[in-house]
Ligand binder design. Sequence first.
Ligand code: GRF
Length: 202
Amino acid sequence: KRLVVLVSGSGTNLQALLDEIDALGVEAYGARVVAVGADRTGIEGLARAERAGIPTFVCKVKDHGSREDWDAALTGAVAAYEPDLVVSAGFMKIVGKEFLARFGGRFVNTHPALLPSFPGAHGVRDALAYGARVTGCTVHFVDDGVDTGPIIAQGAVEVRDEDDESALHERIKEVERRLLVEVVGRLARNGYRIEGRKVVIQ
Ligand code: GRF
């Protein structure tokens, strides 16, 4: 299976996928990353792809006259690589109608909180501020809401009294990387069905 991974930052989730594919081999893992896309330049996520010899592309919102134009450009850039699955690994933009029309049902996101709690761009900070004793991460299919699509898998992470946002986020990311690698591999190898809010992996 062909994966396109979308990033906006350090790309440690992307790196976890690349390392697993290197370790197992494409055949055993069931997928390979054919391109990495971003909404901005100068990020470690793109550097990781370049080091791995993987094609990259950047679609900046401000390079387009409207959000719809950006969405169309991103859709075209991803479609050019004919992905079976698109993985948002820390991609910090909300995609639009055209992208979802094209890739809905095969577009997976990872979020650093236990959805439906703490959706949005500050899930770790919000869980900490709320005083949650357990938080975690969620891998889900993207729908037309923000972090509201059908949940595939979740991992729990306890919050410690001494945690600040970055310490907690780092601990969440340790679980998140493993969860994402495991889920993407199973989706690619086994195939899946989405039945309402349920995801059934064969
Ligand atoms: C991940 O925790 C992701 O869930 C969140 O931002 C982080 C991205 O980390 N949206 P990285 O870029 O994969 O290192």
